[in-house]
Design a protein around this ligand. Sequence first.
Ligand code: BTN
Length: 330
Amino acid sequence: MTKTVKEHLVKSLASGQFVSGQLLGEQLGISRTAIAKHIKVLTEIGLDIYSVTGKGYKLAQPLYLLEKEIIINLLADEANQQAAKQSDLPLIEVHSLIDSTNDYLMRRLPNQVSSGQVCLAEYQSAGRGRRGRQWISPFGSQIYLSMYWYLEQGLSGAMGLSLVTALAVSDAVKAHSNVQVQLKWPNDIYLDGVKLAGILIDLEGQALEPSHCVIGIGLNLHMPAAAGKLIEQKWTDLQSHSKVKIDRNGLSAQLISCLRKRLQQHQQVGLVPMLEEWHAHDSFLNKRVKLMTGERVTHGICRGVNNQGALLLEVDGQVKPVYGGEVSLR
Ligand code: BTN
């Protein structure tokens, strides 16, 4: 299916009203059978569309599509209020369909990206999670956002970036919906003990030479039932916890702004000044946990994170830094 047909169909159905197959066919100059095939593909990428004989097709929920102009205007307004230069605004791309927003920016290294550049998508056909997992990415209902960040001092400058990014997600969610999230080392965002968002950081370069980093955030806003069934881990979405209606463009702009602020702060003063805030949001602080490092299982008590962003795990009365692995409650 071409992008034009898909986009046309999505836009025609976005309001959540019935649209007949005949009308859609006339608008696009294709048969009703062809329309039915395209609708089937749209349902396969996560759109909850149903059909009623004599009425046509209808989306179960109206769609609020990402609009690059709206996001840019929101960021420009904020820059105005803070008397910041408009020329400092990041480059933003919004894609309907992409393999992975992280992969897209990584493919543009080193010359076709500028620090702070953002890629957002409505749908990812190959969304990636940590540890080689898939990130289920249904169309038009969540946030899939990646930002490129230049590391002038080399990969050593990436230390603690996942914690900084998690704080930025927390800032944006709080500012947009007044919902307070919890953080799980090194880079998960939880609500009521269940995963709300994940962070994936791709790095390229050398320890002490100019290097590159792509920070990817997947944030569940309004998970369609069919897509939710495909996710192995327990998950939640922001709309289920928020009293206000989540505005995807508004929250995307907020996320870009918060992430840039946190990354600039990290670049200038490092992780240490943010550690107190991190500990205030740390869902596992002083809890008994299980650490999985490959096949190895270690039991201990979480004692926060150190100045390098490593987890401090107390095992048999001794606190040791842990640099990788997956932590869960015992
Ligand atoms: C995880 O918790 O496993 C990390 C999930 C990261 C998902 C995001 S969605 C935007 C970006 N593009 C990807 O392919 N992955 C990240």
